[in-house]
Design a protein around this ligand. Structure first.
Ligand SMILES: Nc1nc2c(c(=O)[nH]1)N[C@H]1C(S)=C(S)[C@@H](COP(=O)(O)OP(=O)(O)OC[C@H]3O[C@@H](n4cnc5c(N)ncnc54)[C@H](O)[C@@H]3O)O[C@H]1N2
Ligand code: MOO
Length: 556
């Protein structure tokens, strides 16, 4: 076996080298409607105050506030887009639709609902009727009520979108609001993408052995406009045969970034590195201390293009694209450096994992409830299905660095997010109370996988029903006092009481007005403890050994 001469580089060092080579591309002007995802190169400044005139934020009556409360004649109506025909006379009001200009003399608006309420039953009975009456009774309307002043959304000269921002869909609305149909942005990089390998056939070829999975995956990843994608203009270069001549022709492509997959390892048909050397390209790194992705190569070509030689194994190609190529493309697009790299989340391992002997690993994981990571299955670098459903790449140290061969469930790991996270289960949408915050941060139970914490409110029964079948333990906070509100809801959804646990907690509390509960719903244990943080902890402490035994039996 031929031994490669390239030193093994750490991923952070490699990322630093990549970003150092990526100077933001030049500025261009694009139609504002096409500017989503571009980095803007100018401060977008409001040319005029907005709104242009004093207007109203409700459908109602423009009044002179000093005259209220009173009955007023409805002199005329102004709809949005119309001009008031004349100033308001004393004793007069006018109907105004939301967004219509206020007439001179008006300094407040009484919405139609309040006018209807203030009216006697003989005159006006509903908001709809009030809107069409010829006179209206209005209550006290303070000066300025429901008035949207000229320039109160933004003043002339205000910076609405600062230079350097990534334009989002709503920013296109802002550009439209201020009448900008073109905007200065940084050019998107042009990427040329090739797959290499004699064994490969077209991605959708019905009769073949190895279909090209890398081009469709990388074209979408590098060209996609999502937060985790590259946002480049990707040109598909097709499949390149395993020969130095064919690869050499590919390397001559005119683009900002050239990406090939395959042929970067040390095999007889792996021509990328020798060819780069022969052509005098500057090779920044040729091997990485990571799994997957070891033979990843990065170079500056003679014509100035940047070159990524990614491994042919599809997972390796995708993972190294996420960690290196997407950040490079973002830097070229003008993103600030800290926004080029995938964000990371500190998570707990949801299961024991065996570490690689030599290389730190980027394991494909899903992230549950923003805190627990679980593997997407068998992690071989040819098995692209391990990317399916992956929200993040969990960084796992190698055995030597970790001084162990296995990381246990509950261990802290850093997860690099590669897609938008799925929502947490419904219970997490409820406002955190003192107890829930306290328990979550302090209690080891909640660092274990498959535990859930619910407040004792009207939604409790529904929330227990909605909890994932995989949840082993649900802790309900409160509802165990005089009226036992949690008991009724827990009864509705649980099949069997667990009286021994309830008794142990009650004994620990020694308070007749606090009756903790315990019941089983299938194999999920539901317990209800006091809301008070000290008392809830006392309950959990009383049954902790039993809970641990129960949770472990559920995990096995
Ligand atoms: N003696 C050694 N052998 C290998 C080493 C090593 O250090 N010493 N490293 C291994 C690692 S790690 C990787 S990763 C691969 C990468 O090799 P290449 O980049 O040269 O890739 P290929 O050999 O061309 O292909 C690898 C594998 O992937 C399949 N493939 C390639 N392209 C595609 C594609 N577009 N779509 C689907 N599948 C593709 C190809 O058929 C091979 O099965 O090298 C190891 N070997
Ligand atoms: O480093 Mo390779 O990319 O694991 O299979």
């Amino acid at each position: 076996m031929e031994e490669t001469t390239y030193p093994m580089r750490g991923v952070n060092e490699a990322l630093g080298a990549v970003l150092a080579c990526c100077a933001p591309l030049e500025e261009i002007e694009v139609p504002a409607k096409d500017a989503c995802g571009y980095v803007v190169c100018e401060d977008v400044v409001a040319p005029a105050p907005y709104p242009f005139f004093d207007t109203t934020i409700s459908d109602g009556y423009a009044v002179r506030s000093a005259e209220t409360p009173c009955t007023l004649r409805v002199g005329y109506a102004v709809l949005a887009g119309n001009k008031p025909p004349r100033p308001l006379d004393p004793g007069e009001c006018c109907y105004v639709a939301t967004g219509a200009p206020l007439p001179e003399g008006a300094d407040a608006v009484c919405d139609v609902e309040s006018a209807a309420e203030a009216a006697t039953s003989s005159s006006v009975e509903s908001a709809a009727e009030a809107a069409t009456s010829s006179s209206v009774r209005v209550p006290v309307v303070p000066k300025g009520k429901d008035v949207r002043r000229r320039g109160s959304d933004h003043e002339a000269g205000e910076v609405l979108i600062p230079r350097g921002a990534v334009l989002r869909p709503w920013d296109l609305g802002i550009l439209a609001t201020v009448g900008r149909d073109r905007v200065r942005v940084r050019r998107r990089p042009r990427v040329k993408l090739f797959s290499t390998g004699d064994e490969l056939r077209g991605p959708y070829d019905p009769a073949c052995k190895v279909r090209d999975a890398n081009r469709p995956a990388l074209e979408a990843l590098l060209g996609g406009a999502g937060d985790h994608e590259g946002g480049a203009i990707v040109v598909d270069g097709g499949i390149v045969a395993d020969s130095p001549e064919a690869l050499g022709a590919a390397l001559d492509a005119d683009c900002d970034v050239l990406v090939t997959t395959g042929g970067v390892s040390v095999g007889r048909a792996d021509f990328a590195k020798p060819l780069l050397e022969a052509r005098g390209a500057k090779i920044h790194f040729g091997r990485l201390h990571m799994k997957p992705g070891k033979p990843t190569t990065f170079a500056t070509l003679e014509n100035g293009s940047l070159y990524f030689g990614l491994p042919g194994n599809p997972v390796s190609a995708v993972v190294t694209s996420l960690l290196l190529v997407v950040p490079a493309l973002k830097k070229l697009r003008g993103f600030p450096r800290d926004r080029c790299v995938p964000p990371h989340l500190e998570c707990d391992l949801g299961e024991d994992v065996t570490l690689d002997e030599i290389r730190p690993e980027y394991r494909r994981v899903r992230v549950d409830d923003f805190r627990v990571v679980r593997s997407t299955g068998f992690q071989r670098s040819s098995r692209l299905v391990s990317m399916h459903g992956a929200d993040a790449l969990a960084w796992l140290p190698d055995r030597r660095a970790a001084a162990t061969s296995t990381l246990r469930a509950g261990a802290r790991v850093s997860a690099l997010l590669v897609s938008p996270l799925p929502p947490a289960r419904p219970s997490f949408f409820f406002p955190e109370r003192e107890t829930t915050t306290h328990l979550r941060s302090d209690d080891d139970l909640f660092k274990l996988p498959r535990t859930d914490l619910l407040p004792a409110d009207d939604h409790l029964a529904d929330n227990i029903r909605l909890s994932d079948d995989n949840v082993s333990l649900i802790v309900v906070c409160g509802g165990i006092g005089l009226v036992q509100s949690a008991a009724r809801q827990i009864d509705l959804v649980c099949d069997r009481p667990a009286p021994a646990l309830a008794r142990a907690m009650a004994t620990a509390l020694a308070d007749p007005l606090q009756q903790p509960l315990a019941a089983l719903r299938g194999t999920t244990l539901v317990i209800a403890v006091p809301e008070n943080p000290t008392l809830s902890k006392r309950c959990l402490d009383a049954i902790r050994p039993a809970l641990h035994a129960f949770l472990i039996s559920r995990t096995c």
